[in-house]
Design a protein around this ligand. Structure first.
Ligand code: ADP
Length: 575
């Protein structure tokens, strides 16, 4: 049965019963009322008139006789019982005689007898009628009690059954919805019958079934996707490691396991930081991530790893994965992916190139030295005087040979830098001495362009802890650049200053300057500002940076296009 029908029937029945109870009660009360009224009007009044007649007859004054007359008239109009008519008629007859002879005791006696008869009749009637009223009252009590009991029974049944009939399915349904919310899609509800709850249960079960199907199909899809991604990562030749935000390993491919000497089943879910305690490679890889203050991409030098009985070089790329959670606007770090790119082949090629350049430059040195020596011999008057044209030719060969020597020197230095073999031997050195050496080395070059040096150097400067040979080479290179990129007849300002525990050697020119977009690149190997007319290799500043930084110093540039450039070398002072 439907809930609505149940409720309508229950409440309707109750309503009908209450109505019935009301009607029964009202009917009986009405009957009782009419019974009492009947006694009052029909019999009580007759008794009253009879009583009046009996008391008035004792003193038959004309006034009392009139009153008696009135009471007899009233009695005549209030005949209700069988036999009362005759008794009243007798009373009338006797009274008529009494009016003419008030002293006749026989008549008085007869009147009294008639009145007594009337009174007796009415008394009996009152008794009979009150008996009837009593029966009616008992009947009323019975039927009202019956109706009230039925009412109570129905109301009690409804009270016990109806709330649980409605509340129990709702409770079961709420629990089932909760189960579905907790992703237990196998949950079903079982309400029998054709009530609204039965229909609700069928709809709920259909929904749960569809959700179950959807979930299992999604799960299957996700599993396939997961497998696909895992296979993809595993088949990649580059080692890849995935970490969550707490640095636990969430995936790692075969290549990464191989080079790290780890076992898959053991590693997944492990903390990379815990693994790093005993694994050098993992420690090296997570070093910058674990140091959380530096989450920027870090382009480090290739990592040398010995695995599979051979040395390999890898370039590390760390990706920090951020997502914006649903409903939020702020990005959240959810993990890191470390990709190692195998650059062994390039590294080997690079090494071969470096070795080749080193060998060639080294081999070039001897013939160049012999050319320089021959030129010096040619300039010697004892060998024979040269005419002007020959002198000019010799000068030009000398210039080219100097340039060749410079390039060879730079290439040799570069091979040292590239192979990581910079040998630094630091000693306390007077910075002024190094600057003087550089000035001396570039003097001829400056004179050719009629460029003057202005040196500013305070007295009693502390010495610097440096490799004097390499720093002097750097200063020579900086001054040489300043001369090359300055206009004729200009001035180059050379200064040495002290700042805290450092000595700063600056080379300032008033030449063409360097555009801002190139200032960050001029220290890169083989970089030359586009459209630079002067010859060069683009190696001088790169080597200078390596030489200075290898000693723990710094080299920097400040430049404005069209105004000039200032190169500064900062070295540690000996205190
Ligand atoms: P290069 O052999 O080309 O001079 P460097 O490494 O010494 O190589 O310099 C790199 C580039 O920086 C140069 O090609 C030049 O364009 C620019 N440069 C270096 N020094 C100066 C300077 N003092 N003024 C203007 N440009 C300069």
């Amino acid at each position: 049965m439907k809930i609505k029908t149940k409720l309508t029937l229950g409440v309707g029945l109750l309503f009908a019963l209450i109505l019935l109870l009301g009607i029964v009660s009202a009917t009986y009360i009405n009957t009782l009322k009419s019974d009492t009224e009947n006694i009052l009007i029909a019999n009580y009044n007759s008794l009253q008139y009879s009583q009046n007649i009996l008391s008035l007859i004792e003193d038959p004054t004309p006034k009392n006789r009139a009153k008696m007359e009135q009471n007899i008239v009233n009695q005549e109009n209030n005949i209700t019982e069988i036999g009362e008519q005759e008794a009243t008629r007798e009373l009338r007859h006797d009274f008529n005689q009494f009016k003419n002879n008030t002293s006749d005791s026989l008549i008085v006696k007869s009147i009294r007898a008639s009145v007594a008869k009337i009174m007796d009749m009415n008394m009996q009637a009152i008794e009979r009628k009150s008996e009837l009223a009593k029966t009616t009252a008992n009947e009323a009590v019975f039927w009202i009690a019956v109706a009230a009991t039925i009412c109570f029974l129905i109301a009690f049944t409804l009270l016990i059954n109806l709330p649980s009939n409605i509340a129990n399915p709702i409770k079961e349904l709420t629990q089932s919805i909760q189960q579905i919310a907790d992703k237990n899609y196998s949950q079903r509800v079982h309400f029998e019958g054709s009530s609204e709850f039965g229909q609700l249960a069928r709809s709920f079960n259909t929904m749960a079934l569809k959700l179950e199907e959807y979930n299992s199909s999604n799960l299957a899809k996700m599993m396939i996707e997961k497998k696909r991604t895992e296979t993809l990562i595993n088949n990649m030749h580059d080692p890849i490691i995935g970490l969550d935000e707490a640095l636990n390993i969430i995936f790692i491919n075969e290549e990464a396991l191989k080079i790290a000497g780890l076992n898959n089943t053991f590693v997944i879910g492990q903390s990379a930081q815990a693994l790093a305690v005993n694994n050098d490679l993992i420690r090296l890889l997570i070093r910058d991530i674990a140091r959380l203050e530096n989450l920027k991409e870090d382009k480090t030098k290739p990592i040398k790893i010995f695995a599979d009985n051979k040395e390999s070089y890898f370039e590390k790329d760390t990706l920090h994965i951020h997502i914006t959670p649903t409903g939020e606007t702020k990005q959240k770090l959810v993990g890191h992916v470390i990709v190692l790119r195998n650059v062994t082949a390039y590294k080997e090629l690079d090494l071969a190139k470096t070795n080749f350049i080193a060998t060639v430059s080294h081999e070039f040195k001897t013939p160049i030295a012999s050319i320089i020596m021959s030129l010096q011999l040619l300039e010697n008057k004892q060998i024979g005087a040269l005419n002007d044209e020959q002198k000019h030719l010799v000068e030009s060969i000398k210039d080219d040979t100097d340039r060749l020597l410079k390039i060879t020197g730079e290439l040799l230095n570069m091979t040292q830098v590239e192979s990581g073999n910079i040998q630094i031997s630091k000693f306390p050195t007077d910075p002024k001495e190094m600057l003087d050496y550089a000035i001396q080395a570039t003097k001829t070059q400056a004179e050719q362009k009629q460029i003057k040096f202005e040196v500013s150097c305070p007295e009693n400067l502390p010495k610097v802890q440096t490799d004097s040979e390499k720093t002097a080479w750097v200063l020579t290179n900086l001054i040489s650049n300043a001369i090359r990129y300055s206009y004729d007849h200009s001035v180059i300002y050379l200064s040495i200053t002290q700042s805290a525990k450092n000595i700063i050697i600056s080379v300032k020119d008033t030449g063409q300057g360097i555009a801002p977009q190139y200032q960050g690149k001029i220290f890169d190997r083989y970089f030359r500002v586009p459209n630079t007319k002067k010859e060069g290799t683009g190696l001088g500043l790169a080597i200078s940076k390596e030489f200075i930084e290898a000693q723990g110093g710094q080299i920097s540039v400040k430049s404005e296009l069209g105004t000039g450039s200032t190169f500064s070398v900062i070295l540690e002072a000996v205190v």
